[in-house]
Structure formats: C-alpha cells, structure tokens
Design a protein around this ligand. Structure first.
Ligand code: CP3
Length: 365
C-alpha cells in the first residue's frame, strides 16, 4: 500500500503500467502527469445512443439496471463508440433505495417516482440497510465489466444524501425542493436521521462496487445547489462527509459532483473528495481558486453547447482545456448529463478534440 498526497491509499498492484489505475483518468484524479486530458461524459450510457434505445425499447429502466448482461452491454456502448477514457456503470441513484425496500419506479420523461414519500420517523425506518445480497446484480455486472474493460477504468456511483432525500420526501422530481426544505428547516432531528440512514445505504452501495472492482467512485449531489453555503454546511455536509471520508481507506479516487454549486465548491471539496465536479456556470480556473490546489476538477462544458454548430463546440472545448490548466488535475466532462437530443457524432468528435489538443500541449512541454 502507498499513500499519495491526497491521503488516498492506493491498492497494491493496482498501478501496474497500463492497468486502469495507471490510466489518464485515474492519474488526473490523483493529480499526476497525464499523456492527454482524460474525458468522459455524465449520462454517456443513455438515451442519446440508438443502440441504447434499441435495448431499452422492451425493458423498463429499473429492470435493465438489475440485469447484469444489459448493464454490461449498455456500459460498454459509449466506450466502444466514443473512445472515452472511462466507463460509468449503467445504473441509477435510486437503485440502492429500491433495494432498501422503498417502492419506487423510474418513469420515462419524468424520473424517479416514490409510491409513499418519506415524511415521518416511521417512514425513515422503512429504509432498510442493504448488503451485497440486496444488489448482487450490481456486484455481478461490475465483475463482468472489469474483465471486459481491461485497461479502461470503470466509475461506480451513488446519489448523495441530499439529492436522494429530495426524491424520497417530494415523492418525485421537484424544481423548488419545497417539501424537502420544509422538513429540513422544520424538523432538523428527523432530517438528520433521514440523511444518516441514506448515508449508510449509499456507503454500502459504493463499497459493493469498490469490492467488485470499480476504479473510482462519483457521488452525485445533483440538487445541492438549491442550498446556501451555510445550510449546506449545517444540513448536508456532515452526511456527505460520512460517505466520502468513510471511503478514504478504499483506495479509489472519489469525485463529488453537483449542479449550480458555485457557492458550495469549497465545502464540497471538504467532504473528502479527490476531485470536485464543476458545472458550466463557474470557469475552471475560478473553481480551482475556491476548491484549493489539493484537488482535481472535473467539467465543465454546458451540455447545450453540444447542440450548437461545431465551431462553437470547438471554441468552448479549447477554452475549458485552457482554464483547466489552472487546476492540479483536470478530467474533461460536461457540466451535467448528456441531453437525449445530442448527436452522438458530436460526442465522438469532442473526445478526439480533447485528446488532440491536450496531447499537442504535452509535446510542446
Ligand atoms: O451517467 C451514466 O451514463 C450512467 C447512468 C446514470 C443514470 N442515472 C441512468 C439513467 C447515472 C449516473 C444516473 C444518475 C442519476 N439519476 C442522477 C444524478 C445525475 C444527474 O443527472 O444529475 C439523478 C438525479 C437521477 C434520477 C433520474 N433518473 C432522472 C432525473 C432521470 C431522467 C428522467 C427522464 O427520463 O428524463 C432518471 C432516469 C434515467 N437514469 C435514465 C438513464 C439512462 C433515462 C431512462 C430512459 O432511458 O428512459
């Protein structure tokens, strides 16, 4: 075992030359020199790909997440097609919550919908703790994928307590998170009990993925940007810290991501991340100033830019690579997920462009 300056403990044998732990993606997460800036896309395994739509035409979303053969195929599709530097496990943030006993579904065009929302202490007790047996299909899919992917790293993920709590309390997607905030401000004790339980479920879910062989994990706190920094620190940070800092011994880089988090970037880094995800609202050099020079950044092309003519896309990719140089490590990504209407050809071109521009920079020293 070796410990690098981030405090991350590297697993023995993991950094053999050419293996996933020596890949540009993992090296950038650990702020080590890279042959080119690595790139992957949030929601790369999804609806912009015709080959994905074909598989999903006859299989509901949650069922597809529970079938290791389909998870493996869908996860590999964007790697084959775009040549991205990392795969992300095909699953959803509500998969472990469903495994914990909560009756929910993922409704096409809407998102997660919970049959009986969580609003009382008795409701919190309905969220059981999960073991590997509850999500054996994830364990199996990761093991299969690690073999198939060879040197390409696989990213595992989970939802952070706040974002999960929002779906559970609201009962579905919400623009204002009003019911969630009402519970948070109105009954802090119940709020903390709910988030503590969700942190346990999320931690167990990430442990299963790490033990099965993922090379990095990302904690999605997509809706954390709905909070002020003071409220984030009081109501959310302790629970996300339980998850991320609790994995310090696991030996894989931890990425912490949210949307609209300009004011929260410093706090999100403090939760125990090696990499902080940044959306398009904050330039990466400004973000680095807020996060600190001891963490890498990931981002931050506006997914809508991919719908514009190529010269616009190219100029934005150049700008982001340039601003990313201020960070001690940069993983190129979007500021949020790929939109379904995105032309997959554009994604492939972005991967090639990021590689070309960043390798040329290395040649020039
Ligand atoms: O990134 C990847 O390619 C891996 C797969 C992945 C999915 N969901 C598959 C999915 C990941 C990482 C997620 C995470 C997720 N799920 C988040 C955090 C990331 C983010 O986007 O902020 C959130 C908030 C969810 C909850 C959720 N699930 C939403 C909002 C939706 C979209 C609803 C819709 O149809 O517009 C889903 C469904 C979902 N999860 C789809 C996919 C591919 C679409 C299902 C379909 O094809 O109909």
């Amino acid at each position: 075992m070796t410990t690098d300056t981030t405090g991350t403990v590297a697993r023995d044998g993991d950094s053999r030359p050419g293996g996933p732990a020596d890949s540009p993606f993992i090296r950038a997460c650990r702020r080590r020199p890279v042959p080119h800036t690595p790139v992957w896309f949030m929601r790369q395994a999804g609806r912009s790909l015709p080959e994905y739509r074909e598989i999903r035409a006859s299989v509901p979303m949650l069922e597809s997440c529970r079938r290791p053969d389909l998870v493996t195929e869908i996860t590999l599709q964007p790697v084959r097609r775009h040549g991205v530097d990392a795969a992300i496990l095909f699953s959803d943030i509500v998969v472990p919550v469903a495994a914990a006993g909560i009756d929910l579904d993922i409704v096409p065009g809407t998102g997660p919908v919970v049959a009986e929302p969580i609003r009382t202490a008795a409701d919190v007790e309905r969220i059981r703790l999960i073991t590997r047996d509850d999500v054996s299909y994830v364990d199996e899919a990761v093991r299969q994928l690690v073999v198939e992917l060879g040197d390409t790293p696989l990213i595992g993920f989970a939802g952070a307590p706040f974002t999960l709590a929002s779906y559970l309390v609201e009962g579905g997607p919400s623009r204002t998170h009003a019911k969630t905030k009402a519970l948070m401000y109105g009954d802090p004790e119940l709020w903390h009990a709910l988030c503590a339980r969700l942190a346990e479920v999320t931690s167990a879910f990430l442990r299963v993925q790490i033990e099965a062989g993922v090379s990095a994990v990302q904690l999605f706190d997509s809706w954390a940007g709905a909070l002020s920094e003071a409220d984030y620190r009081r109501f959310v940070l302790p629970h996300s810290t339980t998850v991320l800092s609790g994995l310090v011994d696991a030996g894989v880089p931890r990425i912490h991501f949210g949307v609209g988090t300009a004011e929260l970037l410093g706090a999100m880094g403090e939760a125990g991340a090696d990499v902080v995800g940044v959306d398009w609202r904050t330039p990466l050099d400004v973000a680095t100033g807020r996060i600190g020079a001891d963490k890498a950044v990931q981002g931050n092309l506006d997914p809508c830019v991919l719908l514009a003519p190529w010269p616009v896309v190219e100029a934005e990719v150049r700008r982001i690579l340039e601003q990313g140089r201020a960070a001690p490590g940069h993983v190129f990504n979007l500021g949020h997920g790929v939109l379904p209407e995105t032309d997959p050809e554009v994604l492939t071109r972005v991967v090639a462009l990021v590689h070309e521009l960043s390798s040329r920079r290395a040649d020039q020293g």
